[in-house]
Design a protein around this ligand. Structure first.
Ligand code: PYC
Length: 318
């Protein structure tokens, strides 16, 4: 190790199987302002954290990173910027649940409500006495129901477009059967759908790319109401039920009259891990989704970026 190595302090956790690596020290200065206003600063000064912390040889493709930031909003205990192998994420609720357990682990918070600023707004996370975390998400809604897209090799696929902090295309009744044995086929199908949406110019309400595709099917057992498979930008599936994806699903269920305000919807991931969800109605078909899940801190380390190490910034493939 060189004495010139840069040191980055991280805490790892997983939420229902999906990993989060929170950067708690050693990151470059990315400037001030709202968390949204700091995104260009992240891209200019801290983007190397993505391959360095999440890519091989230190990480792996499914890891989500979280840069812990101070927040200029008085009500917030912190701000956060989430990132993955392909770029910045608008939001990430499994990551928020992991962040809350990380803040508890470091002694910064204890039980109760904590506001956290994200690029898409403030979320309120409650660390419950039983160790679970409930996140009151940003307002979520179904934008367009039953949108048809022609997917090469699969034909016409119908799905709802919804916002849950990220843009989702929610599909039921198309593609391979939802079972862990079919993860390769489900990945192929959802990536084909994502690509077809882009090629067809089908976007979220603000013209944003729909960068998450979610397929639903029968629950694995009585511990949930439905099972999902969620493809994330960057080509990796979510090992958890995906908190923003569960929010989008709750908004669709509410919009179609299949979920009443306050009733619990239990969403299973492809691995069988479960998030509990419920909605509080706002005006129109908008809702505040509440998503409850569990995370476990499973690592605390100092990452060394040695200037002599050819893979200090990760292995990049041509
Ligand atoms: O839990 O919201 C989520 C999420 C987004 C991408 C990966 N996980």
């Amino acid at each position: 190790m060189s004495r010139n190595s840069r040191r980055i302090s991280v805490i790892d956790s997983h939420t229902g199987g999906e990993p989060t690596r929170v950067v708690i020290g050693g990151a470059p200065d990315i400037g001030g302002g709202s968390i949204k206003q700091r995104l260009p600063g992240f891209l200019d000064h801290a983007d190397f954290l993505r391959p360095a912390l999440l890519g091989e040889p230190r990480g792996f493709e499914a890891m989500v990173g979280a840069l812990l930031c101070d927040s200029e909003r008085q009500e917030c205990i912190s701000g956060v910027i989430f990132f993955n192998n392909s770029g910045l994420l608008n939001s990430c609720l499994h990551g928020t649940i992991g962040l809350v357990k990380t803040l508890e682990f470091t002694g910064r918070i204890t039980f109760g409500e904590h506001c956290i600023e994200t690029p898409v707004g403030v979320v309120t996370a409650t660390l419950n006495p039983d160790g679970s975390v409930t996140v009151a998400n940003v307002p979520s809604y179904r934008y367009r129901p039953a949108v048809a897209v022609e997917v090469p090799g699969w034909g016409e696929v119908l799905g709802d477009i919804a916002w849950g902090g990220n843009w989702f295309f929610l599909v039921e009744g198309f593609g391979p059967e939802l079972s862990p044995e079919n993860i390769a086929g489900l990945s192929e199908f959802t990536l084909a759908v994502m690509n077809a949406l882009e090629v067809s110019g089908i976007t979220g309400e603000d013209g944003s790319r729909i960068d998450h595709v979610e397929v639903f099917g029968r629950p694995p057992d009585k511990s949930s109401d439905s099972r999902n498979f969620v493809m994330c930008p960057g080509g990796e599936y979510d090992r958890s039920p995906c908190g923003t994806g569960t929010s989008a699903k709750l908004a669709c269920l509410y919009a179609s009259g299949k979920l009443e305000a306050g009733a619990t919807w239990r969403q299973s991931s492809i691995l069988g891990t479960v998030f509990d969800g419920r909605v509080e109605p706002l005006e129109g078909n908008r809702v505040i989704p509440y998503v409850t899940g569990r995370a476990w801190v499973n690592g605390e380390s100092e990452i060394l970026l040695d200037p002599d190490d050819p893979f200090a910034l990760g292995i990049t493939r041509q």
